[in-house]
Design a protein around this ligand. Structure first.
Ligand SMILES: Nc1nc2c(c(=O)[nH]1)N[C@H]1C(S)=C(S)[C@@H](COP(=O)(O)OP(=O)(O)OC[C@H]3O[C@@H](n4cnc5c(N)ncnc54)[C@H](O)[C@@H]3O)O[C@H]1N2
Ligand code: MOO
Length: 392
């Protein structure tokens, strides 16, 4: 059995950036990372642009100017200004080539066709130069830039509609067990509603992974093997839940071995999630999470999340860990390090009652996991503990 720390390290070491390219519409590319530099197809701004509502001037020595025309945003005409001429102009409108400064209207007195400016202004005052943000052909955004909403807006402002980004992994979730029934169906004796797939799918959506397929297998060895083989072939990451412990009908481990999956680790000294399996076949990463729902979700946040972040080539690959003052007493049974469902609030944390790995009720209220290492047996109120913050 491997330690939590070594298991985390193994996931880090064996998960590699996917480095595959995909083309996305810019509007759907938020959160993705650029696969290549993007060169601007245009100058931005595409013309000399007024930064103010006011008057475009062809500067001369006097403060008085002769008003000859008007240009609104979107207009395309080019009045010719002699020195001493002015044109009424508005924010965002194209500045005529023969104008060399803009005076904001608050500093202008208007008397019919004659205007007087309050003071002299320097050349190019209040004019956004052609290509001020980016010049045509120059790099607009570099490879490996994460596309934030601002980046999506910026690329769209350059007229770009599709981008080349790093592909997100194709992910398969496989549930196992004859006892599982889909929610909405009749529940007969001995059956339970299948909930791990919707839970993990949601956790993945929350982390902005959307290319997910869901598969179900009954407790049958041949079917388990065949399904695992095809799903591993078609995906970058496979998350199995259940069937990984030692029962006579737990076929996942045996099938993975027979499929010649490289076992990176099986069984971690932790609670919940002891029977966690992590392996690799070709370039596909495989996690077999324990079937108990709270154990599956804990392992997802502590281990699977790292693999996902590494596959996306991100710098921050683990959930944040902070110290907090415990508001609860807790006594650990046994020596396995433990992840406890908890509510964290500004430097304090409450460890919840009901830590069983089959129970999601307390997880549903939690926003954090308290990590209790092997060496700590008892937590008392006011003790400082380590807290893993779950994605908000
Ligand atoms: N003799 C031993 N028995 C068990 C051990 C052990 O070390 N020796 N470990 C226990 C621990 S710890 C865990 S965790 C479980 C893990 O078992 P499996 O991963 O094989 O999971 P299953 O037996 O298939 O299911 C466990 C539990 O979870 C329910 N389940 C499974 N899948 C789903 C699903 N998709 N949605 C909702 N609930 C699900 C299932 O019905 C079981 O109640 O093994 C212990 N046993
Ligand atoms: O690992 Mo199990 O999740 O302790 O119940």
């Amino acid at each position: 059995m491997i330690s939590v720390e070594d298991a985390i390290l193994a996931v880090k070491n064996h998960s590699k950036p996917l480095l595959k390219e995909t083309i996305k519409p810019v509007v759907k590319a938020g959160g993705y990372i650029l696969f290549k530099d993007i060169n601007s197809p245009i100058n931005m701004p595409p013309f000399r642009q007024s930064a103010m509502d006011g008057y475009a001037l062809n500067l001369h020595d006097s403060l008085s100017y002769n008003l000859i025309d008007e240009i609104k945003a979107g207009d395309g005409h080019q009045p010719i200004l002699e020195p001493g001429d002015a044109v009424r102009i508005f924010t965002g409108a194209p500045v005529p080539d023969s104008a060399n400064a803009i005076m904001m209207q608050e500093k202008v007195r208007v008397n019919g066709k004659e205007i007087t400016i309050e003071q002299h202004i320097p050349i190019n005052h209040n004019i956004r130069p052609l290509g001020e943000q980016v010049k045509k052909g120059a790099i607009a955004l570099k490879k490996d830039t994460k596309l934030t909403p601002a980046a999506v807006g910026y690329l769209t402002s350059l007229g770009i509609t599709t981008v080349s980004v790093y592909k997100k992994p194709l992910i398969a979730i496989i549930t196992t067990g004859n006892e599982l029934v889909e929610a909405g169906q009749n529940l007969t004796h001995g059956k339970i509603y299948e909930s791990n797939s919707t839970m993990l799918q949601n956790a993945l959506y929350h982390l902005k992974f959307y290319d997910i397929s869901i598969h179900k297998i009954e407790d049958d060895y041949e079917k388990t093997k065949a399904k695992l083989e095809s799903v591993i072939q078609d995906n970058d990451l496979v998350i199995v839940t259940g069937g990984i412990s030692v029962g006579d009908y737990d076929f996942v481990g045996k099938a993975l071995l027979e499929l010649k999956t490289e076992v990176i680790f099986y069984k971690v000294k932790q609670k919940p999630g002891k029977p966690l399996f992590f392996g690799k076949k070709d370039d596909t990463l495989i996690f077999a999470l324990p079937g108990n729902p709270a154990a599956a979700l804990t392992c997802f946040y502590v281990y699977v999340n790292i693999a996902l972040q590494k596959m996306m080539n991100r710098e921050i690959i683990e959930l944040p860990r902070v110290k907090a003052i415990s508001k609860s007493n807790f006594e650990k049974k046994g020596d396995r390090p433990q992840f406890l469902k908890a509510i964290y609030n500004t430097d304090e944390v409450e460890i919840l009652e009901g830590q069983n790995s089959s129970m999601l009720q307390t997880f549903a209220l939690s926003n954090a996991l308290v990590f209790v290492p092997e060496t700590i047996v008892k937590i008392e109120k006011k003790d400082t503990v380590e807290v893993i913050l779950l994605p908000a």
